[in-house]
Design a protein around this ligand. Structure first.
Ligand code: ADP
Ligand code: MG
Length: 354
């Protein structure tokens, strides 16, 4: 196993976090998913780029874990790697372990991983219109995974579909089940997608930018719904978003990603009240505030997200970092533990700068 110069894999398996993950006698282990040193590359004509570079994190039972970062930071490729949905070629998972409920997903046969997808792990994407089939009514689409994964008869599948639409708070479910996707609003389509995801009672829901295409009010409703549903079903959720503003209320812990790496991790409280990585600070400063009428403008992070096939030496964030020192241009900082729940990969001590 290659634990590289970034030290990300090594750093996060070490230390006392492991103790917190020990099962309590007689109970299921606290950790549902353990990702270790995940590395996914894309080959191109002139070489390759590393989209996910030694990423390690855990998802605990019942928690919502956010993955936050600008577009292109590797969030979706991380999620797709977990379920082995990377298009290959040009993509390839070249290293790592993904232990889900006691099994390494990267070691399963194609048939075994198909059983996990949509059954034990559900994925909800940003664009419901492209994931829903326009020529099938909603009942067929919500019912389909049940036809594949359970032995229910048609009548019981219909009843379950009605129940699922109720759970995602779609009014008049019997009538709505006969409708087609284009007859639904964007928010309703996303609710239907969530109902599909819930049909098999997954242990883990991966929601990749589930509300990005929706207006702000509907966004909040969908996130509330996801939070209620994961709580009611005792499932865990990985909530992926580029918008740090939306995760504060909905995530228990946050992983901040940059250039395919986790650069900061902490509880939502710590990340919001005491960010320790300049990139996290930059993301927070660039979140538009609702009460912006007073003229406080959002301040975008200067510069462009990095070109993954041509990363700078040292810390990949240093060209955009207002605190960068000589050391940042020389060596890549490892992900280091600051306190029980707080980690950062940065040479700068932000507390000195305030
Ligand atoms: P995001 O954080 O916006 O979800 P992604 O995980 O989709 O970012 O992508 C991370 C990086 O992986 C992109 O910046 C891109 O360089 C690379 N990448 C993603 N998909 C492909 C692909 N099909 N072919 C080549 N490179 C890709
Ligand atoms: Mg994405």
């Amino acid at each position: 196993m290659n634990t590289d110069a970034s030290g990300q894999g090594a750093a996060s398996v070490a230390g006392h976090v492991a103790d917190a993950d020990q099962p309590v006698t007689g109970e299921a282990p606290r950790t549902l998913l353990q990702v270790r040193n995940l590395r996914t590359i894309f080959r191109h004509d002139h070489g390759s780029l590393t989209a996910v570079d030694g990423v390690s994190f855990d998802v605990r039972r019942g928690e919502t874990l956010a993955i936050v970062g600008e577009s292109g930071s590797g969030k979706s490729i991380t999620a797709m790697s977990l379920l082995r949905l990377i298009p290959s070629p040009p993509g390839e998972i070249v290293d790592g372990e993904v232990e889900f409920d006691g099994r390494d997903l990267l070691e399963l046969s194609d048939e075994e991983i198909r059983q996990i997808r949509g059954n034990e792990i559900a994925m909800i994407f940003q664009e419901p219109m492209t994931s829903l089939n326009p020529v099938l009514n909603i009942a067929r689409q919500i019912g389909e995974p049940m036809e594949i994964h359970s032995r229910r008869d048609r009548d019981s599948i219909w009843k379950r579909c009605v129940d699922l639409l109720r759970q995602v708070r779609i009014p008049d479910p019997e009538r709505r089940l006969k409708a087609y996707p284009h007859q639904f609003s964007g928010g309703m389509r996303q609710r239907a997608m969530i109902a599909m995801g819930l049909a098999c009672e997954p242990k883990l829901i991966i929601a990749d930018e589930p509300t990005t295409a929706l207006d702000v009010t509907v966004q909040a409703q969908i996130l509330e719904l996801l939070k209620d549903l994961t709580r009611d079903h005792h499932s865990s959720m990985i909530l992926i978003t580029h918008d740090l503003g939306v995760v504060a209320r909905y995530a228990d812990r946050i992983n901040v990603m940059y250039a395919g790496r986790i650069v900061e991790r902490g509880t939502s409280d710590e990340i919001f009240n005491h960010p320790r990585h300049p990139y996290t600070l930059g993301l927070m400063e660039s979140v538009p505030r609702l009460n912006d009428s007073d003229g406080t403008r959002l301040r975008p992070i200067p510069g462009q997200p990095p070109d993954l096939s041509n990363l700078p030496r040292g810390c990949p964030f240093h060209p955009r970092c207002r605190f960068a020192m000589d050391k940042c241009r020389e060596a890549e900082p490892p992900l280091e533990q600051l306190s029980e729940e707080h980690w950062k990969a940065c040479w700068v001590d932000l507390d000195d700068k305030h």
